[in-house]
Design a protein around this ligand. Structure first.
Ligand code: FMN
Length: 176
């Protein structure tokens, strides 16, 4: 596919006209299939905890419990994250970096092939709220859309097919 064809395809992707070509009565939801789990499985053995101060590492937010789950840490994590973000050093220098991964099957359950346009819209809302929340505590946020998909998914131990990074933002104190 040449660049013009790819551009035209991507323009179509931005439009909501997919719904004219798709029969919504065929979605998994319309067919009565139960929805995918709202949240990935997590241990129920006390390793889930609310935290005041976080150890450096990868933590997963559990929206149903509004808690954080420690996933893992490893030497050189910050440097590897920066490298996976195409050498953007600030990504690992902020106080915290939020990685938003997507499990497309959840949105596809309801919207089928119309899911993929609304997923990034949703991520944009979430990220914008991180800007607002950061400002509210005197910090700043910077959205990051440029990264090496495979490297970042591998680093975060996501399979890259059923779940992959869609967006991230680094949050930290402002200079001065
Ligand atoms: C979708 C999206 C992707 C972005 N990706 C990057 C990025 O990879 N690296 C970066 O330094 N900033 C990135 N930014 C942040 C912008 O460069 C800019 O700093 C941000 O939108 C806030 O603008 P302002 O603080 O200058 O008003 C991104 C912003 C958006 C909305």
């Amino acid at each position: 596919m040449d660049a013009d064809e790819l551009t035209s395809l991507h323009r179509e992707f931005l439009k909501d006209s997919v719904r004219l070509r798709f029969d919504f009565s065929t979605t998994a939801q319309s067919r009565g299939i139960p929805p995918p789990a709202l949240q990935k499985a997590c241990p129920a053995d006390g390793t889930v905890r609310s935290v005041e101060g976080l150890e450096a590492g990868i933590w997963r937010y559990l929206p149903l419990e509004h808690r954080l789950l420690f996933e893992f840490s490893e030497p050189g994590l910050g440097a590897r994250i920066s490298a996976a973000c195409l050498g953007q050093r600030f990504v690992a220098q902020g106080a915290a970096t939020f990685f938003w991964s997507v499990l497309p099957a959840r949105m596809e359950w309801r919207y089928g092939p119309a899911a993929h346009r609304v997923l990034p819209l949703d991520a944009g809302h979430v990220c914008q709220n991180s800007y607002l929340a950061a400002e509210a505590i005197g910090a700043g946020a910077c959205a990051v859309g440029a990264y090496d998909q495979q490297a970042l998914d591998a680093l975060l131990r996501l399979d890259g097919a059923e779940e992959f990074v869609l967006y991230l933002a680094s949050v930290g104190k402002k200079d001065g």
